[in-house]
Design a protein around this ligand. Structure first.
Ligand SMILES: Nc1ncnc2c1ncn2[C@@H]1O[C@H](COP(=O)(O)OP(=O)(O)OP(=O)(O)O)[C@@H](O)[C@H]1O
Length: 985
């Protein structure tokens, strides 16, 4: 059962008890909490998470009042994985819920509690008690199913009549992006169990593709009802699926047609003899025959697997001859694939046998990777490779196929042939009008229909077909993310004017600024205290932020700028703006070191501040704050005595309760998860707890926001293109500081090989710098020497070496394993000049600000990413002194990549170069990790323009219908997708 009535009833009772119908009508971003959760829960198969949530709500329902309210809002920020699901069929049949003894009447509940709306789309009206969901869908499902059965038997007949000859298998290669298909190379193939699916595929491809234009012109509202749940039908509806097969799919999470069709190919191989010249460093795909596979014990703790694959390709000269009409010659090349294992346990025979047996000699394998020429002629080493054994390799007709061959990522041991077959069957039953996005939008943005996109991705005629399909599917990922976020924000607004205003703001963000005269008195005073004037970029940024702070809607803004551009002061001023109105500010940073630095910086700045009405009282709260002191601070935050708190993760602990938190600044926000950032939303601003605040409120907008969630200002020095930021951070508005404070001189960057002579040169440069009164950072990849990585220099091991090398200059050590006060003491000494050389690890990468540090030497710099090196380099050149950064590479080959840093100090340029250098990788992208929402098919680095389109399209849709009333299918689809719960707030 999808959810128990008991649980649902308890939530409803809780809502009634706690007056949620009222609360949900308040102007909050979260007012659609329950409807969304409910509509999603109805489609779930696993309920553990939901159950837990219900229990939590239940428990809190007992205690009425603010605390339980907060709890509910805190719940909103939880990610409920797998919430969206499947098995709608089951849901449908169980819609007349029977939980032991009771029937459950949804319509009654809806009437009694208007805040529970289950959304307002027609589909959701299925719950009105007159027509049951199961009825509607069973009718359509039966019709569909009969049709499918008919089609399927037709295909079987066709299969039986097919008989094809065996071509010899020759293996080929091509670059993924430049496929040259030979249309004349089609061979017949025999019928074999494996080939059933391929014949089936061919047939259905013919049928469906031919039908497509006819059916494409039939989108209608009634069909939407039929199709809106189609993708969420169980795979059980596929003809010919045995129980065992169903269970296998179910176990792997491929239990609905949507899940199945979203199991996208990882890559495509061209099985034809397309030819391209093989150059070192190219990413290429080959299909070939495994010649040998052996596990070799190289030493007592080191072994490797070596697989050699032979491929037949057209050689270059014969390719030229072919143009001149002569017959082309083929040649055999040999690909060497090696995988290394370190550790004694990997040297035992059984292990070596087991890895070697994975690749049977004579088997057909698809190999993709970076090619490197070997000494022997026609032998190539493959690096960063992937090897897939093609099950269909037994079917020798494989190479005859002209179309790109899909390579699917493995899934729970499902055989590739079965996966291919089942996907083909799902495609066959896919209705043409399955697309929830209106036709005029898809046409305007040059997109395929969803139906064609699924075909294009799983059965492309050629690579451009797959690429178009990919574009459409990427568009969907971004589009629903944008639509969901904007929809949620609009739901939180009361009036039409506010809604129009918000959409307008999204369309023209640059118009939303506030001139300095309108800043609060405190902000202006602090501005006067600064020893410098703001740059135009900083001025614009703070004006945009203050504009947002004056709105009744919680701000969600990303402040982005290159290292050292002066983001911190902009964030401080934003905090002053809210403190000046009697509210509180929280400033969360990823490290204690940074928290202390910001705290001291702010205290020094405010030291000379005249008497003002709301003088900021600043506190520091980190994990190392002694318990007693932390209790006093928490108390001060709760009573409102403390108006600004700077700290680490401790700020989002449940024990920290704010009385009037109005802004939460999150520095280096990518270091925090979305959920962590979202936690600030549970720290609702509760106006009436501070009596003095009543008269502080100057703008009319604040009157109604007793329970408003705080504004969130996230900061990032990781340069990413604007469009990318839009995707990564959903609905966040973006402010960019693109200039640097005046007087900054670009850091001179040098790359040097870490040979004996190289180090001597570096030491000489260091000595010159020190004699000139400069301060030097030495950055190391590790703290202690490592046996496994003997080539790496370590910070603590080098302390003595460097001290001896530079007598008369003081050296200090700074790394992550030191206690917080030790770290601060060392950094303080470096800042005051007591230390001249600081040997540190990456701990200094973020935010450390010692303006007169003038030289940095990075050891084994090939161990760091480009963005990381750029951040590190940003620790120097923060004053007016000419600074140097020396990147020492362990090998000559690593120098090439680092040379880009020598040539550019523009973070955005470096980010792009990094992308180019990393190579194309898999065509269909990789999953994002960590805090990012998962875009299974999107490569964020290169798909920026698509998401810009998606943003515009979402705005268009919502401008036409704020509540998506006119687009019921879209609304339902939105409810079925993850972004809303994924992104937390
Ligand atoms: N307008 C300005 N004119 C001169 N100096 C400035 C200006 N704004 C900021 N600074 C100084 O520049 C230095 C770097 O500023 P800040 O630490 O805010 O940079 P940031 O953008 O946060 O960099 P990072 O990402 O490296 O932390 C600080 O010493 C700060 O006092």
């Amino acid at each position: 059962m999808c959810m128990s009535c008991k649980q649902l009833r308890s939530v409803v009772a809780f809502q009634r008890k706690s007056g949620y119908s009222k609360l949900f009508n308040r102007k909050m971003r979260c007012c659609n909490f329950l409807p969304f959760r409910f509509s999603k829960m109805c489609y779930r198969t696993t309920h553990k998470c939901t159950d837990k949530k219900f229990v939590e709500i239940d428990q809190h329902g007992v205690n009425s009042g603010l605390k339980s309210r907060k709890k509910v809002f805190a719940l909103m920020d939880h990610n409920i994985p797998g919430l969206i699901g499947n098995r709608s069929g089951e849901m449908e049949s169980k819609m007349n819920l029977k939980d032991g003894v009771d029937d459950f009447d949804f319509s009654l509940i809806c009437k009694m509690f208007p805040s529970i709306t289950f959304g307002s789309a027609p589909k959701v009206d299925l719950y009105d008690g007159t027509t049951t969901c199961s009825e509607t869908n069973s009718i359509s499902a039966t019709k569909d199913f009969e049709q499918h059965l008919y089609d399927f038997s037709e295909v079987r007949e066709v299969q039986n009549t097919v008989s094809e000859a065996l071509p010899s298998l020759h293996v080929n290669h091509t670059s993924v992006t430049s496929l040259a298909l030979r249309k004349d190379d089609s061979f017949p193939c025999p019928v074999s169990p494996q080939s059933v699916s391929s014949v089936y595929e061919e047939k259905l491809d013919q049928v469906t593709r031919e039908d497509s234009p006819k059916k494409a012109g039939l989108p209608s509202q009634s069909n939407l009802t039929l199709n809106e749940l189609f993708l969420d039908k169980s795979v059980k509806c596929l003809p010919g699926l045995t129980k065992k097969q169903y269970e296998q799919l179910d176990n792997c999470g491929l239990h609905t047609l949507r899940k199945l069709l979203h199991h996208f190919p990882r890559s495509y191989a061209n099985l034809q003899n397309a030819h391209a010249k093989i150059d070192d460093g190219q990413y290429l795909i080959f299909v070939g025959q495994v010649l040998s596979s052996r596990g070799v014990k190289a030493s007592c703790s080191f072994s490797f697997l070596e697989v050699i694959v032979s491929c037949q390709i057209l050689d270059e000269e014969s390719a030229i001859e072919r143009v001149t009409g002569k017959v082309g010659q083929k040649k055999t090349i040999y690909l060497h694939l090696k995988r290394f294992f370190r550790g004694t346990r990997f040297t035992f025979k059984p292990f070596l046998n087991s890895i070697a047996n994975k690749y049977q000699v004579g088997g057909i394998a698809c190999v993709s990777g970076k090619v490197r020429t070997m000494y022997a002629k026609d032998h190539y080493e493959m690096r960063e490779y992937n090897i897939d054994v093609l099950e269909d390799g037994k079917d020798s007709s494989l190479c005859a196929k002209e179309r790109p061959y899909c390579i699917y990522p493995s899934k729970g041991g499902i055989k590739p042939a079965f996966l291919r077959d089942i996907i083909a069957r799902a495609l066959h039953v896919l209705p043409v009008n399955v697309d929830p996005i209106p036709k005029d939008i898809t046409e305007e943005f040059g997109l395929l229909t969803l139906h064609d996109a699924y075909f294009g991705i799983h059965k492309p005629k050629d690579i451009s077909d797959a690429d178009l399909a990919r574009k459409r599917l990427i568009f969907d990922e971004f589009f629903y993310l944008q639509l969901g976020r904007l929809f949620q924000m609009l739901e939180g607004l009361g009036t039409q004017i506010e809604k129009d205003g918000l959409l307008d703001k999204c369309k023209r963000p640059e118009n939303n600024t506030v001139c300095t005269e309108e800043w609060s008195c405190l902000t202006k005073k602090v501005l006067d205290l600064l020893p410098y004037t703001l740059t135009p970029g900083q001025q614009q940024a703070i004006s945009e932020i203050i504009w947002d702070l004056k709105r009744p809607v919680p701000m969600n803004r990303l402040l982005q700028g290159d290292v050292g551009c002066g983001k911190t002061i902009v964030a401080f001023l934003a905090c002053m703006e809210v403190i000046g109105s009697g509210y509180q500010a929280a400033f969360m940073v990823p490290t204690e070191l940074l928290a202390i630095q910001h705290y001291e910086h702010l205290l020094t700045l405010l030291e000379t501040l005249d008497e003002v009405k709301f003088k900021p009282t600043v506190a520091l709260l980190t994990g190392s704050t002694p318990l007693k002191q932390s209790r006093i601070i928490r108390n001060g935050i709760q009573t409102g005595e403390i108006s600004m708190v700077i700290g680490t993760h401790s700020l989002i602990a449940a024990s920290v309760e704010f009385s009037a938190l109005r802004i939460a600044v999150v520095d280096e926000q990518h270091r925090f998860g979305v959920i962590q950032r979202g936690r600030f939303n549970s720290k609702l601003f509760y106006k009436s707890s501070i009596p003095s605040m009543e008269d502080a409120i100057t703008d009319g907008s604040s009157k109604s926001d007793d329970y408003m969630a705080p504004h969130v200002l996230a900061m990032s020095a990781t340069p990413i293109p604007r469009s990318l930021a839009l995707a990564l951070y959903g609905d966040m508005s973006l402010t960019q500081i693109t200039d640097l404070p005046p007087g900054r001189i670009p850091v001179q960057t040098y790359t040097i090989e870490g040979s004996h002579e190289g180090f001597e040169d570096v030491y000489k440069m260091m000595m010159d710098e020190l004699e000139d009164g400069g301060k030097v950072y030495l950055v190391y990849p590790i703290i202690e020497l490592s046996e496994q990585l003997p080539q790496l220099r370590a910070a603590s091991a080098d302390l003595e070496v460097i001290s001896n090398r530079f007598p008369g200059y003081n050296c200090g050590l700074l790394h992550g394993r030191m206690k917080s006060d030790e770290k601060e003491e060392t950094l303080g000494k470096f800042r005051t000049g007591e230390l001249n050389i600081l040997l540190a690890t990456q701990v200094i990468e973020i935010g450390v600000d010692v303006p007169d540090a003038s030289m940095m030497v990075v050891m084994n710099s090939e161990r760091f990413g480009m963005a990381q090196l750029h951040q590190l380099r940003g620790r120097v050149g923060r004053g007016t002194r000419q600074s140097k950064c020396i990147l020492i590479a362990s090998t000559v080959t690593a120098l090439n990549r680092l040379k880009i840093l020598e040539q550019s100090s523009d973070g955005f340029h470096l980010a792009n170069m990094d992308l180019l250098l990393r190579g194309p990788g898999d065509l269909l992208g990789k999953k994002q990790s960590g805090h990012l929402p998962e875009f299974p098919i999107t490569r964020l680095e290169v798909d920026g323009n698509i998401l810009q389109d998606a943003h515009v399209a979402a705005l268009k849709i919502l401008s036409a219908s704020h509540d998506l009333e006119q687009f019921p299918a879209l609304k339902l689809e939105l409810g079925m997708r993850q972004p809303l719960c994924l992104l937390g707030d």
